[in-house]
Design a protein around this ligand. Structure first.
Ligand code: ADP
Length: 464
């Protein structure tokens, strides 16, 4: 087993990975930017090394600095966490060429799945349903128009190298197509340095369901069930639950089986996630495969008892999976609320500053993955997610009630947060019935959400 692992990340996920390493008697190296010098991941690691100033491109995305840090501190392997360099082929290649181990899939699998239009093509060749649309990326507006007429409007334009919902455009009418195509190309070029675009039919009111996969280098592939990530804002996940209240047994088994097939097609090793979109009539379509640990891996851990990060480390160390498919038992229901520093009453503007009066909820099956504490400074340089509140109940209703109580107890002063938004969701009748789609939040925010706010104001007062 590795003696020392460098964690190429910050915030809650750096701590999450560190805990797994220390439990496995592996020493850890934390990297940090000057902006993060007082962060807990810096204090809790075996050794810490500063790799540059606050701006991500100068530190957490600075490949030479990170690799040098690993060599200097004698780390044998690098865990990338999520975001930053976790899906960067060039990084994986350099890590390997420097004689280090990347805790994640191979460069080849990352490349294959990172190009989303190529991944779509692979699915088409193997009879796996994808949302109707283009076969690969499209260059020609005439060709694009023909495809859109064929699949029917609305359509969604997507960046081939995209992520985080950027470069996406929903188009309702042909007269808007050319303009949006050019907008999408230019946004995609700015964000990803790649202006290739592909198109899919825009599925109205779908569910976003994803399946967690684990694969070792001996050809063993298992799935750990699904997560429902349909509560989104601007195509970004806000709240997740496992299992999905939308799936019946046969659809659940089908998605698990297909996900294993996809992992095998990609010659995948380590932890990965296959994302699907489910139509109102129950048809499913492959959306993409994320070749990294997900923010929401936690709820899968809660219902299976499998420590996904420990499995990642074992797999990277050339060990076999600790579980066979038949060993995986699902128990109870888990929900995660992403706690963000943002002003939900002012267009979700990021909120930064020094935290105070923090109170973290606890109790049976209540988990808070975070890095915050009193005096901690939330920097504008990084992601607005400051923590993840996770609960597990014996069933869905108990999980909902547990989350409501935990949210009431959670208190963070000094910045604005979205705690009240979650409180609103957890009290919404449609949500409680399990009756929601990816449009749920936008709909609630635009109209009915007034009731949400009233409910929140009654509970919290207008101060917040
Ligand atoms: P990204 O990698 O940028 O996050 P995804 O392809 O994973 O992009 O899509 C993110 C979200 O966008 C999905 O969860 C879903 O809500 C929405 N979406 C993507 N494709 C479609 C589609 N064809 N129809 C309807 N919604 C879609």
């Amino acid at each position: 087993m590795f003696k020392r692992v460098l964690i190429a990340n910050r915030g809650e996920i750096a701590l999450r990975i560190m805990r797994a390493c220390h439990e496995m008697d592996i020493e850890t190296v934390a990297i940090y930017s000057t902006e993060d010098r007082y962060s807990p991941h810096v204090k809790l690691a075996t050794e810490s090394i500063c790799i540059g100033p606050g701006k991500p491109s100068d530190s957490y995305l600075n490949i030479p600095s990170i690799i040098n840090a690993a060599i200097l501190t004698k780390a044998e392997a690098i865990h990338p966490g999520y975001g930053f360099l976790s899906e960067n082929e060039e990084f994986v290649d350099l890590v390997n060429r420097c004689g280090l181990i990347f805790i994640g899939p191979s460069k080849k699998s990352i490349g294959l799945m990172g190009n989303k239009s190529r991944a779509r093509q692979l699915m088409l060749e193997n009879d796996i349903p994808v949302v109707p649309g283009s076969e690969g990326s499209i260059e020609d507006i005439g060709e694009l128009k023909a495809i859109c007429r064929d699949v029917g409007y609305p359509v969604i334009l997507k960046a081939s190298s995209g992520g985080g919902g950027r470069g996406m455009r929903i188009v309702y009418r042909e007269e808007d197509l050319e303009r949006e195509f050019l907008n999408s190309k230019s946004e995609s070029n700015t964000c990803f340095g790649d202006d290739r675009i592909y198109v899919e039919k825009y599925i109205v009111n779908p569910r976003h369901i994803e399946v967690q996969i684990l694969a070792d280098s001996y050809g063993n592939v298992i799935h750990l069930g699904e997560r429902d990530c349909s509560i989104q804002r601007r195509h970004q996940k806000v709240l997740e639950e496992a299992p999905s209240p939308r799936l019946n047994r046969s659809l659940r088994e089908e998605l698990g089986r297909i996900s294993i097939k996809i992992a095998r097609l990609a010659e995948y090793t380590n932890a990965g996630t296959v994302e699907f979109i489910i139509d109102e009539d129950g048809s499913y379509y492959f959306l993409e495969m994320n070749t990294r640990l997900q923010v929401e891996h936690t709820i899968t851990e809660m219902v299976t008892g499998v420590d996904i990060v420990k499995e990642q480390i074992r797999i990277a160390n050339d060990m076999k999976l600790s579980y066979r498919q038949e060993d995986i038992c699902f128990e109870g229901h888990s929900i995660q609320c992403r706690i963000n520093g943002e002003d939900i009453f002012n267009n979700f503007l990021p909120s930064t500053g020094e935290l105070k009066n923090i109170h973290i909820p606890g109790g049976l099956n209540v988990r808070f993955d975070s890095y915050i504490g009193n005096g901690c400074y939330i920097s504008p340089y990084y992601d607005s997610m400051i923590g993840k509140l996770i609960v597990k109940g014996e069933n869905r209703l108990e999980a909902i009630k547990k989350m409501r109580v935990a949210l009431e107890e959670l208190s963070i002063d000094g910045i604005d947060t979205n705690i009240e938004l979650h409180y609103g969701i957890l009290h919404d009748f449609d949500f409680v019935k399990g009756n929601y789609s990816t449009s749920f939040l936008e709909q609630k925010l635009s109209g009915e959400f007034k009731d949400f706010y009233l409910e929140m104001e009654n509970h919290y007062g207008t101060e917040s």
